[in-house]
Design a protein around this ligand. Structure first.
Ligand code: SF4
Length: 301
């Protein structure tokens, strides 16, 4: 995987050729990296989604050198700061995993990731509700995998989901929309935008922003875009911060996405004939997952 820090033009965020890279737990791609030599291949990930993205596969336990087959590991102690311990031998892998994760997650920053899909329930990769054991062996679903914690702490705005949650049509729509919006926002950032580029980006995303947070849309306009042509830096900062907050709010209100009209997704023009990214992915996968097919969003504004 080549380093992705090539300069982009100011209009690059509109390009249909922008590559979408998504980090992923290797076992979800069917790689035989689980402790028992098995995998957890996910049909949505390897089917509908794989046609539109480039995967960056990461197995923290293999890259740590634990090998296959290996002893099972689990989180133990304080859920806010658990230890990672081998179940049978009691070997404490916390420091080794934290050191590895710090370096690996830092390296991912050069790859222009636009999202990450994690394996649920894993003491390394699980995003939420991972089992944490007390000394007496009682488990509570209150933890987060050590690699996942480092990833999410380092890149708080990166869209992250677990494969299990992507079976929910609304959460899936939400994730895909965030991935594309994040990719465009990063492309804008990397191009060194001038004020007029930021205004163009803001305008193209007006309906999407309004659908999720009218208050933040107004704040963006007032804080940044009305400062005039000399305020590119300030305008961009203003655009990033409230938008990030709006995106976090969006995570808690995925139902709002259903109100977003087709144009508001502003898909790359080359994909328009296929519908919005989230619509294509949803339609392509609804029957696969045995989910009820939902009518497409309205086509007008
Ligand atoms: S859950 Fe994570 S650590 Fe475990 S096998 Fe899958 S990729 Fe590797």
């Amino acid at each position: 995987m080549k380093d992705a820090r090539e300069p982009l033009s100011p209009a690059a965020w509109r390009s249909p050729d922008l590559e979408i890279r998504i980090g992923i737990s290797s076992c979800l791609l069917g790689e035989t990296v689980r402790y028992d030599g098995g995998h957890q291949k996910d049909s949505y990930v390897t089917g509908a989604l794989a046609r539109h993205v480039t995967w960056v596969s990461v197995c923290p336990e293999m890259e740590l050198g634990l090998g296959v087959p290996r002893e099972t590991i689990r989180l133990v102690g304080d859920a806010a700061k658990p230890r990672l311990v081998a179940t049978r031998s009691g070997t404490d892998l916390t420091e080794a995993m934290n050191t590895y994760a710090r370096a690996r997650v830092g390296g991912l920053g050069t790859l222009r990731l636009s999202g990450y899909i994690l394996k649920r329930a894993s003491p390394s990769c699980g995003m939420e509700r991972v089992k944490v054991y007390t000394k007496s062996g009682i488990a509570s679903r209150s933890g987060r995998g050590l690699f996942a914690r480092r990833l999410m702490d380092t890149y708080p705005l990166l869209p992250v989901e677990e494969e299990g949650r992507l079976a929910d049509a609304r959460l899936r729509d939400n994730f895909i929309t965030r991935v594309f919006a994040y990719r465009r926002l990063r492309a804008l950032e990397e191009s060194g935008p001038r004020a007029k580029d930021i205004v163009a980006f803001h305008t193209a995303h007006k309906l999407l922003l309004l659908a999720h947070s009218p208050a933040h849309y107004s704040a963006l306009s007032l804080q940044g875009l009305r400062r005039g042509p000399g305020a590119a830096g300030g305008a961009y900062d203003a655009h990033q911060s409230p938008r990030g907050e709006a995106r976090r709010r969006l995570c808690r209100r995925p139902d709002l996405l259903l109100a977003v009209p087709e144009g508001a997704h502003a898909p790359p023009s080359g994909l328009k004939r296929l519908g919005s990214p989230s619509q294509r992915l949803h339609n392509g996968n609804a029957t696969q997952r045995g989910l009820r097919r939902r009518p497409p969003p309205p086509s007008g504004a």
